[in-house]
Design a protein around this ligand. Structure first.
Ligand SMILES: [Zn+2]
Length: 199
């Protein structure tokens, strides 16, 4: 059977979890939930992607160089590592973004694989038509990834029980979810996915 679904785990890195450089409140709570999702996709032999923010030490993305964010996810640092309890399978496809010091790169669609191939190209090669998205943070990288997925003509499901937001302004995450749904994303949680599993 042709694979048409894939799981995308957005930026579940130490710096986005409590204790990190740019902690998302309760960011680590997505880890056990995403582990369930990964097990389900793994059983069904469906591809699992993990994006990571992967910045140089000097980038206009950081506050010190004109951006709005504190230092986070610097290439090779402990903060840039995936959360240690995130049970990434051996065949996970890691994609990296944020390497260009002049760009923010919130969306996983700006990410590339180690060999330089763009995420959208890999999806096309694998025949992926539907993307299930969870991770951090709802109001930035998850939102931009979901919107870009829809722009690329994919069906996109937002895994609502597997995301957390920054909420720089209170309500940002709720507005982000509204924006994604208005753009065509489907809201989903783990029990709904179990009842209607991906293929
Ligand atoms: Zn970043």
């Amino acid at each position: 059977m042709k694979t048409t679904s894939a799981l995308l785990i957005v930026d579940v890195q130490n710096d986005f979890c409590p204790g990190g450089g740019l902690p998302v409140p309760e960011g680590d709570r997505v880890v056990p939930v995403l582990n369930h999702y990964m097990a389900l996709f793994g059983e069904r032999k469906l591809p699992i992607f993990a994006s990571r923010d992967w910045h140089p030490a000097t980038t206009s993305h950081f506050r010190d160089y004109g951006g709005i964010w504190p230092v986070h996810c610097v290439q090779g640092s402990e903060g840039a590592r995936f959360h240690r309890d995130l049970a990434l399978p051996e065949d996970v496809i890691v994609i990296s973004k944020g390497m260009d010091p002049s760009r923010d790169d919130y969306s996983a669609f700006q990410a590339i694989m180690d060999d330089g191939v763009r995420f959208s190209v890999v999806l096309k090669e694998l025949g992926i038509r539907k993307l299930y998205v969870g991770g951090l943070a709802t109001d930035y990288c998850v939102k931009e990834s979901v919107l870009d997925g829809l722009r690329h003509g994919l069906s996109v499901a937002l895994l609502e029980d597997a995301v957390r937001g920054v909420d720089l302004k209170p309500g940002d995450s709720a507005s982000a979810i509204d924006e994604m749904v208005t753009a065509g994303a489907e809201r989903m949680n783990f029990s709904q996915l179990q009842a209607d599993p991906p293929s």
